[in-house]
Design a protein around this ligand. Structure first.
Ligand SMILES: NC(=O)c1ccc[n+]([C@@H]2O[C@H](COP(=O)([O-])OP(=O)(O)OC[C@H]3O[C@@H](n4cnc5c(N)ncnc54)[C@H](O)[C@@H]3O)[C@@H](O)[C@H]2O)c1
Ligand SMILES: [Fe+2]
Length: 436
């Protein structure tokens, strides 16, 4: 590829191309009201609509249902999506999907809702034992055998970008850690991204999801470059996420500039419509970017943090169970990871910091990790994030368990720009205990 950056020079034996996937998406205030038109366009007559209990009686679901009703589409609602889904909640959603005999789906909610809809659509379309499609080595990692039903995704949070990805993430109860199902087939058919939904978001949800978006973009930018990816599959079997590439760079960089400019404002002021709308746009860009390149260490480490945290509750999230918001678990590992990975690609780490608004004048390559870590910490402090894993109750005594929890996350860990073994995992968690 003559057009690409030197980082993407082809190697002997490397894949010769990369494959990109994304939905047909519409962005703009009020576009939730287009759900009915899109359903009709897709030829859908009977739809399974997924949402969560909190959103079920609210204005966003009402708008989508009203639009579907006007279009003459028959709708059955499933509102038992679990926030931060697990295998049992996905199985319940699958039963609903299979029994409903729907010809398509609509999801209205955050990542928890959209991911549940994707998994239910897959298992109802291609019934199989649950571990069949779950990522290897935790599950069998089998490819989805054929197309799934059309899915119109309507995100109501500004962070996961799940409306653009072929990824469904859940906690596997038997190992008490997150894993996922990944397939190009899971990319929603249509995404309706309506920034008006952000008006009702609690500040804590904006804070956590905005950091999820930031980390997606930073991880996309610093992932192993695609000609060096370790999974050899090519053609239609090429993995969804193939390492950093020119396309993921382009969108990740744009997302980081928006996050640097608008994230803190969006958290601090619910009436700042510009900031909240720009974060919704950034989440979409970062979603397309990391879907193509893949996440790496901050997400890999976060899955152990989410699984092992006890008694942690955050206003704005369901308080009937201990729960670390996904974006919070991710950002808590960010500074530690950037300090470790920056020597592998200092220019990319410095560029990420600069996009986020750091002053990089005079910074030397060896300063890259610290400059990026410092900017992320500044944003964490400005949005009242915990000061490190210790604030969640972790200490030296838990490092071993955290490293054990992260070890099975090979899918993402191997996408890191440096090789990471057990010792490095322990050091990364240790360095994430307390930042200030
Ligand atoms: N599939 C992917 O590509 C991908 C990417 C990142 C994260 N995830 C997953 O997504 C999940 C997290 O999703 P999330 O961060 O979007 O949050 P969420 O869906 O878990 O929702 C968080 C809380 O916000 C509430 N909420 C949602 N929209 C609201 C609105 N507009 N107004 C008021 N309250 C609202 C929900 O009811 C819930 O209480 C995790 O399981 C994570 O692992 C998936
Ligand atoms: Fe994420």
């Amino acid at each position: 590829m003559g057009c690409c950056h030197v980082d993407f020079a082809l190697l002997e034996g490397s894949d010769r191309g990369f494959t990109l996937g994304m939905p047909t998406f519409t962005f703009g205030p009020g576009v939730l009201a287009e759900a009915g038109d899109w359903a009709r366009e897709l030829g859908l007559k009977r739809i399974g609509l997924f949402t969560d209990r909190k959103l079920a009686g609210g204005e966003h679901v009402a708008k989508v249902k009203g639009s579907l009703a006007t279009a003459g589409v028959d709708v059955a609602v499933f509102d038992e999506v679990r926030i931060e889904p697990d295998d049992s909640s996905l199985k319940a959603a699958t039963r609903f999907a299979a029994e409903g005999r729907f010809d398509g789906y609509v999801s209205v909610g955050g990542g928890s809702v959209m991911d549940t809809c994707k998994a239910a659509n897959l298992y109802a379309s291609h019934p199989a034992e649950f571990m069949t499609y779950v990522n290897a080595p935790i599950g069998e990692g089998q490819r989805a055998p054929g197309p799934v039903k059309p899915h119109i995704a309507c995100p109501t949070t500004s962070g996961t970008g799940s409306e653009t990805t072929g990824i469904s993430i859940f906690t596997l109860s038997s190992i008490n850690a997150k894993t996922g199902i990944i397939s190009r087939r899971l990319i929603p058919t249509v995404a309706l991204i309506d920034p008006d939904v952000t008006r009702s978001l609690p500040a804590n949800v904006v804070a956590a999801t905005g950091f999820d978006c930031m980390s997606h973009a930073l991880e996309a930018l610093t992932a192993r470059a695609w000609p060096r990816r370790l999974n050899p599959a090519k053609g239609v079997a090429r993995p969804v996420s193939q390492g950093a590439n020119p396309f993921s760079d382009m969108l990740g960089i744009e997302a980081l500039k928006l996050v640097g400019q608008y994230h803190v404002r969006a958290v601090r002021d619910a009436t700042d419509a510009e900031a909240r709308s720009e974060m919704m746009y950034a989440a979409m860009l970062a979603g397309i970017s990391f879907n193509a390149s893949g996440c790496h260490l901050p997400h890999g480490l976060s899955y152990a943090v989410s699984g092992l945290t006890k008694n942690w509750r955050v206003p704005g999230y369901p308080e009937d169970k201990s729960l670390v918001p996904h974006g919070m678990a991710v950002v808590l590992n960010n500074p530690s990871v950037w300090r470790h990975t920056a020597p592998s690609s200092p220019r990319r780490h410095l560029h990420g910091a600069e996009c986020l608004g750091a002053d990089t004048r005079g910074a030397r390559p060896e300063d890259a990790g610290e400059v990026l870590a410092k900017r992320v910490i500044e944003m964490m402090r400005a949005t009242d994030m915990p000061s490190g894993l210790a604030a969640l109750g972790f200490g030296e005594a838990h490092i071993d368990a955290l490293a054990t929890g992260a070890e099975p996350q090979y899918r993402v860990i191997k996408n890191a720009p440096v090789d990471v073994g057990r010792g490095e995992l322990e050091s990364l968690f240790r360095a994430a205990l307390k930042y200030w």
